[in-house]
Design a protein around this ligand. Sequence first.
Ligand SMILES: C[S@@+](CC[C@H](N)C(=O)[O-])C[C@H]1O[C@@H](n2cnc3c(N)ncnc32)[C@H](O)[C@@H]1O
Length: 319
Amino acid sequence: MSALFIQLKHELLRFNAQKKSIETIFIGGGTPSTVAPELYTEIFEYIQPYLKENIEITSEANPNSATYEWLEGMYSLGVNRISFGVQSFDEKKLKVLNRAHSPQMAKDAINNAKKIGFKNLSLDLIYATLGDTKELIQNDIDTAFSLPINHISAYALTIEEGTAFEHKPQMSSEQLEITSWIFKSIIEKGLPQYEISNFGKYQSSHNLGYWKYKDYMGVGAGAVGKLDLKRFYPNPDIEEYIENSCIIREESLTSEDKKIEQFFLGMRSCVGIHADLFSLNERKQANILVEENKLDLKANIFYNKDYLLADEITLFLTS
Ligand SMILES: C[S@@+](CC[C@H](N)C(=O)[O-])C[C@H]1O[C@@H](n2cnc3c(N)ncnc32)[C@H](O)[C@@H]1O
């Protein structure tokens, strides 16, 4: 734990963190549910003075390792939102996705979390996977809504380097009309969409923080951080990170980089883009999209009306 602690102290200094300045915490991974809750105690005690009242503290969890005891332990630490990496409630698909849990384990873990007292429960679903059918996805969505959750994240499978599918691009097959149907199904069942992949009666403050381009501290091997126009990349290699957790690669962003990122994030989410960020030409492009009913302009902020068009709209705005 000490490597993490050393980097945490380093980052608190770098961010000149003040008392009650930390707005949200997100424990992600790797797999936080394989780490015993008591191992987090020292860190939680140390950061307590920096935490804002009623802070949102999320932990990711995999159903196969999120035991009742683990959930209870995290709850007593002050974690108040769990995001379960369910991915699907279809046995065969879980095997295709190399997930170690069964549909029943996922249901049990979520129901246990509710019993323990967690109010904000989210689950992740992956779609656009080879072998997906409307029936399979419908069953995933129906099963999700049969559980005590108030948030769903739905991700199209992407082929990432260094993962099992790296050399199997055929595993990912997105059809926009299916994606649009998935979004519509989740919305009609009662979870409003607030970002291209996120639906919730409860909106995650941590996620919103990213999309509002707020600064964030990344602590841990490979946990990226951002402060003003700088991004920090701790060593992703766990052994090397443990050796020296303060060897951190820095990336300088230009104000133009910042603006383009704000455009992408604003169009992909309910955050929108403030009109003051637009150049004259971008403002002209935005007005065209308002006339075409693709953007809304409210209180000097442009809002996207179809997240599936987000990237195209951003390219049009900046063209
Ligand atoms: C992005 S975080 C989840 C954050 C969470 N939804 C929340 O609201 O706090 C981890 C999730 O990313 C998704 N994911 C991981 N690898 C992926 C891939 N290659 N393609 C698409 N989604 C992936 C999985 O659903 C995984 O559970």
